[in-house]
Design a protein around this ligand. Structure first.
Ligand code: I3S
Length: 128
């Protein structure tokens, strides 16, 4: 049987490094501030952690694995958004609460995988 045969632990769907900027909070536009982020898709949420590489050796403590923020994917909308940035491979994620994030990778295959994996979770939640 799987390690989570009781179904109580949300399934880890995907994890990796993406460039991230938040562009709106509750519908209010924010100034872009791109930075690398360790992104984890688990259960119904996208969870953001600080890029481990941007941390100093002294900041490597267990407590530091606390997420920076997390996004509920229920009712969220996903769109390719190359018009919103000079960078390539950019998509926009909008939550029901009006928070908007841009996520980006230089690697085409990687960003396509993230897009379809997130869209699959959104579609699954829409059917519930
Ligand atoms: O959409 P914008 O305003 O052209 O976004 C750029 C700016 O946020 C810029 O910072 P300043 O606020 O110092 O101008 C960033 O450094 C750029 O990365 C933003 O544009 P891109 O095209 O990289 O998303």
């Amino acid at each position: 049987s799987s390690p989570d045969s009781d179904g109580c632990t949300p399934e880890l769907e995907k994890a990796g490094l993406l460039n991230k900027t938040k562009i709106a909070e509750g519908g209010r536009k924010l100034r872009k501030n791109w930075s690398p982020s360790w992104v984890v898709l688990v259960g119904n949420s996208l969870v953001f952690f600080k890029d481990p590489k941007s941390q100093t050796p002294s900041s490597w403590k267990p407590g530091n694995s606390r997420p920076e923020s997390s996004v509920d994917l229920r009712g969220a909308q996903l769109h390719w958004a190359n018009d919103l940035s000079s960078k390539k491979n950019v998509f926009k994620l909008r939550t029901v609460t009006g928070n908007e994030f841009l996520l980006q990778s230089e690697t085409d295959s990687l960003i396509k995988e993230w897009y379809s994996t997130i869209q699959n979770v959104i579609d699954r939640l829409d059917r519930e």
